[in-house]
Design a protein around this ligand. Structure first.
Ligand SMILES: [Zn+2]
Length: 189
């Protein structure tokens, strides 16, 4: 799947929203990618995540790790396409951890998957958990990369789509008094 095809699919499925959004990073933006328009449709999720899995296959991951909640479906579908195990990191008292008996063996080859990556903060938290467990980070994959995250490996993304982000105190939409849009989730990403 080419970047152009991924973008066309996002637009077809109504995943590209315009308005005034507060991203999970705290930045404001006039565009928002509602990734669940992709992941709510299993054939679309399989097409997109299968294409991402193809880009990650050569790094030979043995397990896919993602961040709950948004990363659970793409992580699972990528892992299914790669034929490997899938686990996720979630927060316990605000601290990212593996629960539910999930484990990473020392030296196990790990691909960390994110849906829409902006600052890479939640991916960085997942990578910390992987490192603490002794896993070997071999790939970082994202369906859409928006920003320029600073991470230990380059990000393999299906679509590189920098959108305009603003710090809250520099946001033109805030200055105009434009109300914050609700994309159907308390925390956008
Ligand atoms: Zn704003």
């Amino acid at each position: 799947m080419t970047p152009r095809e991924v973008l066309a699919l996002l637009e077809q499925r109504g995943a590209m929203l315009s308005g005034h959004f507060v991203l999970s990073s705290g930045l404001h933006s006039d565009r928002f990618i509602q990734k669940f328009r992709i992941f709510e449709d299993p054939p679309t999720a399989e097409a997109v995540c299968g294409a991402l899995a193809d880009l990650l296959r050569s790094s030979k991951p043995q397990v896919v790790v993602s961040a709950a909640v948004g990363g659970i479906i793409p992580g699972y579908v990528v892992a299914k396409a790669l034929g490997v195990r899938d686990i996720f990191v979630e927060k316990e008292a605000g601290v990212p951890v593996l629960r539910r008996g999930f484990a990473i063996a020392p030296g196990e080859r790990v691909a960390v998957i994110e849906d829409v990556m902006t600052t890479g903060k939640s991916v960085a938290e997942v990578i910390e958990v992987v490192k603490r467990a002794g896993g070997e980070l071999v790939a970082i994959g994202a369906v859409v990369k928006r920003g320029k995250p600073s991470l230990p490996l380059p990000v393999t993304a299906l679509l590189d789509l920098p959108l305009r982000d603003f710090a809250p105190d520099e946001c033109a939409l805030c200055e105009q008094g434009t109300p914050i849009s609700d994309p159907g989730s308390r925390r956008a990403s």
